[in-house]
Design a protein around this ligand. Structure first.
Ligand SMILES: [Cu+2]
Length: 193
């Protein structure tokens, strides 16, 4: 099988699988003519899943994907960025909080935001053509999801090599139960010393 045939085959299989998954959730056939249908943010299934994650406060963030001149230790390059810096500014939330991120696309190309490693609602996963339509040049898209699990994550587009041009930034999910106290072993050695 040539690589083109194989790619077409895989894509076809993915669309069938996506359509089947959506149909299984909604109980209705919503995929027609091989075009994937998307589970919208207001879908009943999404509301139920998010409610089960005990959402807390809402953290509003605006991300602007744009061209920028970035200083790489003396060499200034003309590249793409979130809000004019590489990496982009970190987003820091507490586990259980809702991230509502408005992506403003000022690039001359489609983009998206994939929230790497986070367990989140499917329509916020940022894979253009699979979980959402691409965010076109000059367009906006708002992601909204509960960040359920503490950890250090990052986010980036799933649109061509944009990540390699500088579109990436950290996302920290703090554990509200983390005491941040001195470890017992450290205080013991201090007492001995
Ligand atoms: Cu990733």
């Amino acid at each position: 099988m040539s690589s083109f045939d194989r790619r077409s085959f895989l894509r076809g299989g993915l669309l069938v699988a996506a359509g089947a998954a959506v149909s299984a959730c909604s109980g209705t056939a919503v995929s027609t003519a091989g075009v994937p249908a998307f589970v919208g943010p207001s879908a009943e299934q999404v509301r139920a899943a998010e409610a089960a994650r005990h959402p807390g406060a809402v953290r509003d963030v605006v991300l602007t994907a744009q061209r920028a001149l970035v200083d790489l230790g003396g060499k200034v390059v003309d590249t793409w960025s979130y809000d004019g810096r590489v990496p982009g500014a970190q987003i820091r939330v507490k586990a259980g909080e809702v991230v509502r991120a408005r992506m403003v696309n000022r690039l001359p190309a489609d983009t998206s935001v994939h929230w790497h490693g986070l367990a989140l609602r499917n329509d916020a996963d940022g894979v253009p053509g699979v979980t959402q339509p691409p965010i076109g040049a000059g367009a906006e898209f708002t992601y909204e999801f509960t960040a359920p699990t503490p950890g250090t994550y990052w986010f980036h587009p799933h649109s061509g090599p944009q990540l390699d041009r500088g579109l990436y930034a950290p996302l920290i999910v703090e554990d509200p139960h983390e005491p941040l106290s001195t470890p017992p072993s450290a205080s013991r050695s201090a007492a001995i010393g």
